[in-house]
Every structure is written in structure tokens, then in C-alpha cells.
Design a protein around this ligand. Structure first.
Ligand code: FCB
Length: 453
């Protein structure tokens, strides 16, 4: 397929296409000490000096915990039909397991009911990175019992909301939880141990697999999936060394998760590269991980172009510049073709069933509103180009059924604090005033008319 395929697509999306926007609990809720919420690894990490830019924390964030009904109105005003939110585990089970905090459940129940009343379909992610701190103290994701704790959490939430929530995502981006959280230490809990990170991938995948039947039991009409941050990987040159490096990098980011989820176990090449730190699955683990799902969630921001570099970890190939790409203000390469390649590759190589882009978006350093408007034309262009790629993927046969913009609101961007604005809505963090950006108005029009402009 040539680049021109990206420009000559028809502009109508399939009739039942889902249009949404996404957020995550710790990034927007604030109210971290209210109504019985327990502590999470992100509370602990963001309050540790030097871990986040400017020492920013999610203590207040977008104050969504108090402003949720305004935010539901905002979603309605935007005209989008689906909203992907995540549930704060320590709001529901402050100690990670055992004692249930009724006020936490009641909060999400009110929110879900308001979304449904507004005609907005809730998509619930159970784990978007806020592990209860007490579970981390007991060993965190590298330890097997954390998967049992997750299944318990899934059970409590699905029992309460399972009659109303029909779309469930077990985990968001387990690669990040494992490798940024336990190997590079850039994310909570900030540990720097490769063996812990690799063990964490196994517990996370088990946690997903154990939660799938638990959700189905409590939510009979549920559709259940997982969201991965998949990274289309290209060799920087046609050199044999670079091509082999790209294969390993693809193994590290993509195949390590996709292969076991679709019943193939861990990829042999990666198991031998990890050597003695590779997980040793116990009887039944791989079957549990491969529990059939109803869809795959794909988060896509940027591709990886890689070179061979023997000085680095063999599977973490050296990054190389992305050809002909603009950069967002995060420094991430804008490469819509990566989304097209990724969706087609998933369709070709794995029995994923329906695909949803559960996150895609761009950080730009928006100026504050002037006369009630935020002119963010670069973000609109980013969305238009990626939606054109998504549309091309559909025309080439990929079963893409929906798309969620990241993010509904500017929010707490993890280690980068409030310095990176991804929202289609501008948030003034001093006053908490929300202003729909031009990109949000454009996206709302796309969502309501089901076609690109
Ligand atoms: C993804 C995360 C999301 C947000 C975006 C920019 O990796 O899932 O919470 O931070 O990146």
C-alpha cells in the first residue's frame, strides 16, 4: 500500500462506529483523601520529591470527583456517544482487598447512571495504574497474589455495575505498569528491577485472564477486552542487524502480550532473551491468560524506528528518528501510517475480533482561551490524519469498530504533571473552568455526523 492510500478514502465511517473520549481516574478525579479512599502507588510516588515534574500530584487534578455531573454535561455538549473512564481501585478497596468502601462504589454508580441518562455508553477500565499502596507493600505486581486481589476488585465492581456497564476493559497498557513501574522507575511504584518487571508482566496478564470470567459472571451482557499500548516497529535501515533489532523490539512491546493473550504462550525468542528472568508459568496460567475476549483495545501515539546497538539491552533497540514526521510538544513523532500498519497487522496476525482505538491524541502547548475559544489547529490536524488512517484500515479489512480521543480533559500527565495538555477540552487548573477547544468542536462534529471533515 502506498502513502496515497491515506488520502483517497471515503469520508463516511461504518454506521455503528463508536465515537468516544477517554480519561483515567488518577489523572482527573482529585479528592484523594475523601470519602474513605485509600492510598495508591501514584499518591505515594507523586508525593516523593523528584518523581514528577514540578512535584505535581493528582491531589486535585480536574476535581472531577466533585464536578462529574458538569463533565457529563460536557460530554453531551461535545456530542460523543461513548466515554471511557477508569475506576480507582483504592476508592473501592482502600486496603487493596477485603473491606469495601461503599462511598467509592456509590460515586461510580452515580456517574454511570448520569452517563446512561445522557445517552452516553460507559466503557469502564478497571485498572489504569493506581494500585492500592498496601498491595505494593505486599510485593505489588511482581507477586502472584496481586492477580487474586485484582480478581476480587473486578468482582466487587462488576457485581455493583454489571447490570449497567456493558463494555469492560480489564487493564490499561500492562507494558507501562510493568516496565515503567518496575524497570525504568519512571512511573509508580518507581522500582528499577528487570526481574520484577518481567514477573509483573506475568501477574498482570494473569490478573486480566482471571478477571474475564469474573466480569462475565456478574455482567451477563458484558463485552470484555484489554487495552494494550502497541507500538508499530520499523528498522531504521534495511540492514540485517537493524531488522533483527526491530523484531526483538516488537517482541518486547507487542508480541510479549499479544501471543499469550491469543493462546500462543510467551514468544520463544523473547523467553530466551530474558533467560533466567523469564516467568515460569504454573499449570493453568497460560490457559487463564488466553481467556476468550470480545475485543482488543489499542492505544496508539507513536511508532518506533530502531537501530541495532549492542551496548543496550538486546530487546530495547536504540531509537532512531521517524522519517518525515512532525513532533508534538511532547516530542512524540506524528505518524498516522503507524496506526494503519498496526491495525492491519493485528488483523492479519491475531484473532483479535473487533478492534477499538481506545486512546489516540496529542499534547500541544495550548494558549489559554481567548473569548471562549482555544485555537488548537495542530491537534485537529493530528486527529484528522489519524482518523483518515483508521478509515483506511477499515477499508483494507481491519475490524475497527470505534475510536476514543485521549483525552476528554487536560489532566495530570503522570511523571510530566500538568505540563502536557492532551485534552479536547482546556482545563484552567486554577479555576477548574473547562473550555471546549476547537479540536473538541471539530471532533464532536465528526462524532455526530459519522464522517470526516
Ligand atoms: C497513555 C496512558 C494515558 C495517557 C496517555 C498520554 O500511555 O494510557 O493515561 O497518559 O498515554
Amino acid at each position: 500500500m502506498s502513502h496515497s492510500d491515506l488520502t483517497c478514502v471515503r469520508d463516511e465511517f461504518p454506521p455503528d462506529f463508536t465515537w468516544g473520549a477517554a480519561t483515567a481516574a488518577y489523572q482527573i478525579e482529585g479528592a484523594t483523601h475523601e470519602d474513605g479512599r485509600g492510598e495508591s502507588i501514584w499518591d505515594r510516588f507523586s508525593h516523593t520529591p523528584g518523581k514528577t515534574l514540578n512535584g505535581d500530584t493528582g491531589d486535585v487534578a480536574c476535581d472531577h470527583y466533585h464536578r462529574w455531573s458538569d463533565d457529563v454535561r460536557l460530554i453531551r455538549e461535545l456530542g460523543i456517544g461513548a466515554y471511557r473512564l477508569s475506576i480507582s481501585w483504592p476508592r473501592i478497596l482502600p486496603d487493596g482487598r477485603g473491606r469495601v468502601n461503599e462511598a467509592g462504589l456509590a460515586f461510580y454508580e452515580r456517574l454511570i447512571d448520569a452517563l446512561l441518562a445522557a445517552g452516553v455508553q460507559p466503557w469502564v477500565t478497571l485498572y489504569h495504574w493506581d494500585l492500592p499502596w498496601l498491595l505494593e507493600e505486599r510485593g505489588g505486581w511482581p507477586r502472584r497474589h496481586t492477580a487474586d486481589a485484582f480478581a476480587e476488585f473486578a468482582d466487587v465492581v462488576a457485581r455493583r455495575l454489571g447490570d449497567r456497564v456493558k463494555q469492560w476493559i480489564t487493564l490499561n497498557e500492562p507494558w507501562c505498569s510493568a516496565f515503567l513501574g518496575y524497570h525504568t522507575g519512571e512511573h509508580a511504584p518507581g522500582r528499577t528491577s528487570l526481574p520484577d518487571a518481567v514477573q509483573a508482566t506475568h501477574t498482570l496478564l494473569r490478573a486480566h485472564g482471571m478477571a474475564v470470567p469474573v466480569i462475565r459472571r456478574n455482567s451477563p451482557a458484558a463485552r470484555v477486552g484489554i487495552t494494550l499500548n502497541l507500538t508499530p516497529t520499523y528498522p531504521a535501515t534495511d540492514d540485517e542487524g537493524d531488522r533483527a533489532a526491530a523484531t526483538r523490539h516488537d517482541g518486547y512491546f507487542n508480541r510479549w502480550f499479544l501471543d499469550p493473550l491469543y493462546g500462543r504462550g510467551y514468544p520463544d525468542d523473547m523467553v530466551s532473551l530474558y533467560g533466567e528472568v523469564a516467568p515460569v508459568p504454573e499449570a493453568g496460567d497460560l490457559d487463564a491468560i488466553a481467556a476468550p475476549t470480545d475485543f482488543l483495545g489499542v492505544n496508539y501515539y507513536s511508532p518506533a524506528f530502531v537501530r541495532d546497538d549492542p551496548a543496550r539491552h538486546p530487546w530495547r533497540a536504540a531509537p532512531s528518528a521517524v522519517p518525515d514526521a512532525d513532533l508534538t510538544d511532547f516530542g512524540w513523532a506524528v505518524y498516522p501510517r503507524g496506526l494503519l500498519d498496526l491495525l492491519l497487522r493485528l488483523h492479519r496476525d491475531y484473532p483479535t475480533g473487533p478492534l477499538y482505538v481506545t486512546e489516540n491524541g496529542a499534547a500541544y502547548d495550548d494558549a489559554p482561551p481567548v473569548g471562549g475559544r482555544v485555537d488548537d489547529s495542530r491537534r485537529t490536524t493530528f486527529y484528522r490524519r489519524h482518523l483518515t488512517a483508521a478509515k483506511a484500515a477499515i477499508e483494507h479489512g481491519a475490524p475497527l469498530r470505534g475510536y476514543f480521543a485521549w483525552s476528554l480533559l487536560d489532566n495530570f500527565e503522570w511523571a510530566f504533571g500538568y505540563s502536557k495538555r492532551f485534552g479536547i477540552t482546556y482545563v484552567d487548573f486554577g479555576t477548574q473552568k473547562r473550555t471546549i477547544k476547537d479540536s473538541g468542536r471539530w471532533y464532536g462534529r465528526v462524532a455526530t455526523t459519522n464522517r470526516l471533515y
